[in-house]
Ligand binder design. Sequence first.
Ligand SMILES: [Ca+2]
Ligand SMILES: [Ca+2]
Length: 274
Amino acid sequence: MQLAPVAALAPSRVASVSYLAPTSAAAVHQRDASPDGGGDLDKYYATAQGKQGADLLRALHLIVRTGHVDRGYAQARDELFGTVEDTDGDNQIEDLFTGLTRGPITDRKNGYDKGLNTEHTWPQSKGATGIAQSDLHHLHPGDTVTNEKRGSHPYGDVSKMTWSVGEGPNQAKLGIDALGETVFEPHASAKGDIARGLLYFYTRYSQSRPSDFTLENFNHELPTLLKWNAADPVDDKERARNDAVQRVQGNRNPYIDHPEYVDLVDFAHMPAGH
Ligand SMILES: [Ca+2]
Ligand SMILES: [Ca+2]
């Protein structure tokens, strides 16, 4: 697969073009310049064309598995803070939970020194282990204290708040949802990003499960994720991030490139335990 990275990564390097074969670098450049994706993305998703439901999910699973390289957890986090979360290159990094930025941050160490660590939106305790532990599509920098509050609770809409951080559009909350479950609710413009990351994670791993993989959180989150996906649509920053993740680990999040796939897969009607 020509989109797969071919060169070994140096930790914390910004020169991401060197991770790609020359033909792929050209293709990524072309995609950046073309909001509709162009022919390269069409090729990437060719085997998904015309499919829906479980057939589409299976096709997407095979697409995102192909060329996916495990760079290891340390290197993944270096890339997260060094390149993936800073696609505009201003060394300012956003806290996932509140959307507030911190900097200057150029690598994982700076980030940790400024009170950020690595949030697994699919918790490690629910199966984000092995290659999934270092899968950048579901990792984000998050405030260390807030990250502890989130723990491994599901994401969701809080009805009765018990803890919060940030003000107005930057507020993040812990509390009880309408079903009585303890959930964590981030600021509004993180909701779609988290939803698409978790839908990717399900697509990537539910058919080739890491050890300890469980749908415990996902089954509770799913109705909210579908709502959040619609309420917070894909923007240019999320598209640039998807390109950056591909440069590191060789695969893409289909729900960023093709938001309509979320409805076509019809997650809400997947067979139980699929
Ligand atoms: Ca930045
Ligand atoms: Ca967003």
